[in-house]
Design a protein. Structure first.
Length: 538
């Protein structure tokens, strides 16, 4: 291609000894043209991010390119020294990382961190840097940029932190922008905003974009061309429309089919017995003290929230970050105590219980957390991690460990995995461990808080199928918290939509997903990446 900016030619990258395979990337070749958006798609471990790290000179220790070339504007990046790479990074090639909270320095103000990009390349005076930083924050749509420039990363929302990362990547107007899973785990509305922003900036600046993702919904939204990778190899490469409408490889078809569609679960007969859970007029307010640059605040996380839940039912709680859905889940399992209202489990008000009585009743309600790696002790073998709940409740240690092995069998990992540590498992496998741990006390109700939001779509589908299977086998009820209406529609009988701490819509999954009554619900549906394509091909 005469307008090719970046060309990977027969690239192979070796992993250290002891890895699950010899090569992270094997004989990979593709081009990125000036002004196009190339989406590199694949599950975790496909090698898509490793190739991007190679061209940025950011390969992990012990990982090295063993063959091929990465040619950027006629220059092989694999032959550059670290000093030469630093001269390119930011100036001609910018990168947006997947998790801005780990990529940003928590101890430095946002404006200072963006200004470091200019300082590293000896660009602009201090006054000019500050002015240009403010312009960048305005360009990427940060609200109240004059305040944001003095904020620390933890004072911004996830979407705002991602916009800061985009501002840093664009500071020196690079020719190539690498976006490595920049929308994973964001709310669908925030995700849509980030995708729109990247597309708009790409058109205005005339950049080439390499967009790394596991979600074909994102591909349908923005891609010019698509490269599909699996286990380090390219399995399909072509124009986005062609790949989406006529995929040639079985793996590509599987990724597309794994995107949650508009198919509804089979309708279940309503349980006519007394409800398992009744939530009545729940209120929760979080208060923060003010500071030198920050006024005190009151956030009404839950504002008069009421609903009932039948036995064996799956109820979805849907909304953006800050809607109150996770606070509601934490109140149900009594990790948070509401300020007022009632939480009746089989008629027993959990909000009024204390001590041993609360401990006994809490066994009936367990939680699956969003990030299983953060919720598991990295130094504890997973069998013991699962057994700790029963042991704390008086079960013999050996018996509890045996039951942990049985649970690992039940969730598809095998009893032998009890002796391994959390870091030895993939993200989807760790989530299965989280599910096993939630089942250890034989609960009647499980609260799943964004349990699939950060997973590959194919792994997400597997976890949803596992949850549905366990529900039927063990007669469980499930309170399923998510920001994605597509996901809720796959598994839920009823859906509750929350905004600013209040319930704005409540109905059957089919009614809410296909015939939403509220403007906010319709906006959530409209924001789903690739929704039009998904509905057209479902």
């Amino acid at each position: 291609m005469s307008d090719t900016l970046l060309s990977l030619r027969h690239l192979s990258i070796a992993l250290p000894k002891g890895a699950d395979r010899a090569l992270a990337v094997e004989d990979v070749s593709y081009d990125v043209a000036r002004g196009e958006i190339m989406c590199v798609v694949g599950e975790s471990g496909s090698g898509k991010s490793m190739a991007a790290n190679a061209l940025m000179g950011l390969l992990p220790k012990g990982v090295r390119a063993t063959a091929g070339e990465v040619v950027f504007d006629g220059q092989d990046l694999l032959q550059l020294t670290e000093k030469q790479h630093r001269a390119l990074r930011g100036l001609r090639i910018g990168m947006i990382f997947q998790e801005p909270m780990t990529a940003l320095n928590p101890l430095m103000r946002v404006g200072v961190q963006i200004g470091e990009v200019f300082e590293a390349h000896n660009r602009l005076t201090n006054a000019e840097r500050q002015a240009r930083t403010l312009e960048l924050l305005i360009e990427v749509g940060i609200p109240q940029p004059e305040k944001a420039i003095r904020a620390y990363p933890f004072e911004l929302s996830g979407g705002q932190r991602q916009r800061v990362m985009i501002a840093m990547a664009l500071a020196l107007e690079p020719e190539l922008l690498i976006a490595d899973e920049p929308t994973t785990a964001l709310d669908v509305t925030t995700q849509a905003q980030i995708l729109d922003l990247i597309g708009d900036l790409q058109r205005r600046h005339g950049m080439a974009v390499m967009f790394i993702t596991h979600d074909f919904g994102v591909v349908a939204e923005i891609a010019t061309r698509v490269c599909v990778m699996r286990e380090g190899r390219i399995v399909e490469l072509g124009e986005a429309r062609e790949v989406l409408e006529n995929p040639q490889h079985a793996y590509t078809r599987a990724l597309i089919e794994a995107i949650p569609s508009n198919a509804m679960p089979a309708a279940r007969e309503a349980d006519q017995t007394a409800p398992l859970l009744e939530v009545r007029h729940l209120q929760k307010v979080f208060r923060s003290r003010g500071g030198l640059f920050k006024p005190s605040r009151e956030v009404h996380a839950l504002d008069d929230v009421s609903f009932t839940m039948a036995r064996g039912e799956t109820v979805g709680i849907v909304g953006e970050s800050g809607s109150g859905k996770s606070t509601l889940g934490r109140c149900v399992v009594r990790l948070e105590r509401p300020d007022s209202g009632e939480l009746l489990l089989d008629g027993i008000d959990l909000t009024s219980l204390k001590g041993e009585t609360l401990r006994r009743e809490r066994r009936r309600v367990q939680m699956i957390f969003q990030d299983p790696y953060a919720s598991l002790n990295p130094r504890t073998r997973v069998g013991l991690a699962i057994a700790q709940g029963p042991i704390a409740n008086g079960v013999n240690r050996q018996e509890a460990l045996k039951e942990a092995g049985d649970l690992l069998d039940l969730v598809g990992l095998g009893a032998a995995s009890a002796e391994r540590f959390p870091h030895e498992f993939s993200g989807g496998q760790r989530q299965r461990i989280g599910i096993a741990r939630a089942l250890a006390l034989n609960p009647e109700l499980i609260v799943a808080d964004e349990a699939v939001s950060a997973l590959d779509v194919s792994i997400q589908a597997q976890i949803l199928e596992l949850l549905e299977d366990l529900k039927q086998k063990l007669s469980l009820s499930l309170l399923f918290i998510t920001h994605d209406l597509r996901v809720a529609a796959q598994i839920c009988d009823h859906i509750i939509v929350m905004q600013h701490g209040r319930i704005v819509e409540h109905g059957t999954a089919e009614a809410v997903f296909l015939s939403p009554q509220e403007t906010y619900t319709r906006e959530l549906l409209k924001a789903i990446p690739g929704r039009a394509h998904v509905l057209a091909t479902a």
